[in-house]
Ligand binder design. Structure first.
Ligand SMILES: [Zn+2]
Length: 156
């Protein structure tokens, strides 16, 4: 667990993260995103935090930035990908986002735009996803499984 996560996660947080049906590196990524949320969440402004690990092992984080004009808002996943791009390393191995629910937190599924963005940069990425219809809602999923109708437009 990172120093930040070690400092900011409560015992209840640690217990919830430890109980997730994920690999240890995936749980560490959830803890990293949750530590950012615990550090920086502001209701109505910063309610989602994301963490990604690249193929090289680097970890980058991003915080959701809400705008008074909805479509100007920036998702946490996009902010994390921007941080990865600034570091020159956008080959995402795994990405996760966590949501401040007001009375707690949970993993959140990426929106459609973020599914496109993640798959544009890393079609082989794994998303730690949340699907409330499942008995075990948190699970690792290949990003392309979340985006069966991905646009085929090629960008240069
Ligand atoms: Zn999004």
């Amino acid at each position: 667990m990172s120093e930040r996560a070690d400092r900011l996660l409560s015992d209840a947080d640690r217990e919830l993260v430890a109980g997730l049906p994920l690999s240890e590196p995936q749980r560490e990524l959830v803890a990293t995103a949750l530590a950012l949320l615990r550090d920086c969440a502001v209701p109505g402004r910063h309610e989602v935090a994301a963490a990604l690990r690249t193929v090289s092992g680097a970890v980058q984080c991003g915080l959701h930035v809400e705008s008074s004009i909805g479509r100007a808002s920036i998702c946490a996943e996009g902010a994390a990908i921007a941080a990865a791009a600034a570091a020159g390393d956008t080959a995402i191995e795994t990405i996760v986002a966590v949501l401040d629910t007001g009375d707690g937190w949970r993993v959140v599924t990426p929106c459609g735009l973020c599914r496109e963005l993640i798959s544009d940069y890393s079609p082989d990425a794994t998303v730690i996803d949340y699907d409330a219809s499942l008995d075990e809602p948190v699970r690792p999923v290949p990003v392309m499984e979340l985006l069966p109708g991905k646009t085929t437009r090629r960008w240069k």
